[in-house]
Every structure is written in C-alpha cells, then in structure tokens.
Design a protein. Structure first.
Length: 117
C-alpha cells in the first residue's frame, strides 16, 4: 500500500487572544487586505501562497503561544525585511542572524521568524 500521507504541511495554527486585532496586525505586516471573513467567531485564514496560516482565538492561552518559531516567513532580502519590520514598530527580538534570519514577536508574544530564501 502506498503511503497516504503527503510530505507537505497544509496549515499552521497560531494562537491569538483577539481575532480581529490579530487579523489586522498580520494583514498589515504581510501587506494584505483585512476583508476576509472571520469563521465561527474565532478563525481567520490568512491568504498565503503554499502553507496556510490560520489565526485561532479559541486555542489561545499564554501557555500555548509559540516560544520558538514553528515556521518562518520568507523574504528575498533579509535587510529590507528587517528594516520594514523595525519601521512598523514590530517587537524584534534578535538582530539579523548569520545574514539569513531574524526573530520577532506578534502582539500576543508568539515568536516568529523571517528568513531569506
């Protein structure tokens, strides 16, 4: 029997405390419109290419926030991305590491990463 499990990640769920505020923040840093529907009062699907990102306020608790990056957002220019996020007032928790990536926090304290691809 062939393995029915695909070697790809479908969706990453991010725990957020306030779905509307999280939607607005994530859409702002990604340059997306905030006109998508909030599903079931607690889910927002960020329109991404490739792996999906879903903000979920139902799963949120301080114990469940990402204490290390569970995934990374890609960029073609790490320096530009770092300055862009800095100018947005994002909580940058590292400088650019190895000329390749940096970490930051979302408003709920989830640690995320941007990495040059």
């Amino acid at each position: 029997m062939d393995n029915p499990i695909l070697t790809q990640i479908g969706t990453v769920f991010i725990p957020v405390s306030n779905i509307e505020k999280a939607r607005d923040w994530y859409c702002d840093i990604l340059g997306l419109k905030t006109d998508g529907e909030i599903l079931f009062g607690h889910l927002y699907v960020i329109p991404t290419e490739g792996t999906g990102i879903v903000l979920d306020s139902k799963i949120y608790s301080e114990e469940k926030i990402f204490k290390i990056p569970a995934f990374n957002l890609d960029t073609k220019n790490i320096e530009e991305a770092f300055h862009f996020m800095s100018n947005k007032g994002v909580n940058l928790i590292t400088e650019i590491q190895h000329n390749h990536y940096f970490n930051f926090k979302d408003p709920d304290g989830n640690i995320l990463m941007i990495c040059e691809c």
